[in-house]
Design a binder for this molecule. Structure first.
Ligand code: CZF
Length: 221
């Protein structure tokens, strides 16, 4: 059984659509988020910590909103900024900007305590190029994020497989009641994410893109 590791029920609601019924359960575990200017190392280290905690295969979901006119802020700090400033104030700050383009990014980190057979990097390079404005290069493959392992100095870190998704949009005044987090102020293709139902959001969202890549790899592995 795969554990989808998050304290955020909104993420699980979206993820369930991609994973076969009964194959996944939520693990409400608040892993340590290392300080990094990118999501990859946070998801990788989180996956290792969650795997050690669960002693079972885990999938960690680290996400963030990258505002172009703010050089990618809040990015990896999105959760903290949502809790402290709140999304209305993020919108106020963004409304002062000439450039209100933004992107959501999601990095999934999978760890089952085993190594992975050599395979093409599941991170879609095209997505990454398109995301140039949305933050620094994020993803890599198992163990390539440079994090230390838990087993002690000199030990190999537990391998982690990363899957990344990205969606472009722009910051607008809040609209809509659905979704969670920054959804009301993030517009993609004329609609905010909070105006979309879960299926429609999944079809275009950063999390949907990352989950699609993960689900395909997971089914074939
Ligand atoms: O409008 C949104 N639509 C999304 O699809 C989305 N995905 C993430 N977020 C927000 O970005 C931060 C991520 O932080 P985050 O990855 O650390 O997650 P989190 O703290 O909510 O839970 P956990 O999974 O870490 O336990 C938090 O503020 C989330 O609300 C989103 N906002």
């Amino acid at each position: 059984m795969l554990r989808y590791v998050t304290t955020n029920p909104g993420k699980v609601r979206e993820a369930e659509r991609y994973l076969p019924d009964g194959s996944v359960e939520r693990l409400d575990f608040d892993y340590t988020e290392v300080q990094a200017d990118d999501l990859g190392p946070i998801a990788a280290q989180g996956a290792r910590e969650a795997y050690r905690h669960a002693d079972a295969p885990v999938l960690v979901d680290d996400a963030g909103l990258f505002v172009e006119g703010l050089d990618g802020f809040p990015g990896p700090y999105s959760s903290y900024v949502e809790e402290t400033l709140g999304i209305e104030r993020v919108h106020e700050v963004a409304s002062e900007l000439d450039d209100r383009r933004a992107a959501f990014r999601c990095t999934l980190g999978y760890c089952d305590g085993e190594g992975f057979a050599a395979s093409p990097d599941p991170v879609d390079q095209g997505d990454r190029d398109a995301a140039a404005a949305a933050g620094p290069d994020a993803a890599g493959e198992g163990g390539s994020d440079g994090e230390g392992g838990a087993a002690g100095a000199g030990a190999e870190p537990l391998p982690v497989k990363l899957f990344e998704g990205y969606v472009p949009g722009r910051i607008v005044a809040p609209r809509g009641d659905g979704g969670f987090g920054y959804d009301p102020i993030f517009e993609h293709d004329g609609e905010t994410f909070a105006e979309m139902d879960t299926d429609r959001k999944n079809a275009v969202s950063h999390r949907g893109r990352a989950l699609e890549k993960f689900a395909e790899w997971y089914a074939d592995r």
